[in-house]
Design a protein around this ligand. Structure first.
Ligand code: FES
Ligand code: FES
Length: 157
């Protein structure tokens, strides 16, 4: 019989309590139980970065974390960061630099990029590439994504 557990966590600033199967991954919980479908489930093996989330301020793979492991913690998704305006500069730069095509990687890419923006680092292009190397994009070839992130961090293309 499936083991169920009650969890309470803060998602995008709102406290939610739900009963979940112990084996449910965090990204699936957010998408299916809370309807927050901005975080994508791609490889579901920790490889592609499509499921990138923030838990207690740290970037994590939503497909490698169980929902029960988020109990009592603070989870931020692309919806929360987008609604708060935190991602506005990156979103504008991605748009202007054509840094997305199909958009599948974009939520995770923005979450990973924002992690770098918030750091005190002033990375060069290679360092930006290294930072997003865990986020796969099948469409853009990364050049425009690096341009967009570089523009936000350095104020130039
Ligand atoms: S879906 Fe989580 S890393 Fe690919
Ligand atoms: S824009 Fe299609 S996977 Fe990145």
């Amino acid at each position: 019989m499936e083991r169920l557990m009650d969890i309470t966590l803060t998602v995008n600033g709102t406290v939610v309590t739900r009963r979940v199967a112990a084996r449910t991954h965090l990204v699936d919980f957010l998408r299916e139980d809370l309807g927050l479908t901005g975080s994508h489930a791609g490889c579901e093996h920790g490889v592609c970065g499509a499921c990138t989330l923030r838990v207690d301020g740290e970037v994590v793979r939503g497909c490698l974390m169980l929902a029960v492991q988020a109990n009592g913690r603070k989870v931020d998704t692309i919806e929360g960061l987008s609604d708060s305006g935190e991602l506005a500069k990156l979103q504008k730069a991605f748009h202007e630099k054509n840094a997305l095509q199909c958009g599948f990687c974009t939520p995770g890419m923005l979450m990973a990029a924002q992690d770098l923006v918030l750091s005190s680092k002033k990375p060069n292009r290679e360092e930006i590439r290294a930072h997003i190397s865990g986020n796969y994009c099948r469409c853009t070839g990364y050049h425009a994504i690096v341009d967009a992130i570089e523009e936000v961090i350095h104020g130039q293309g």
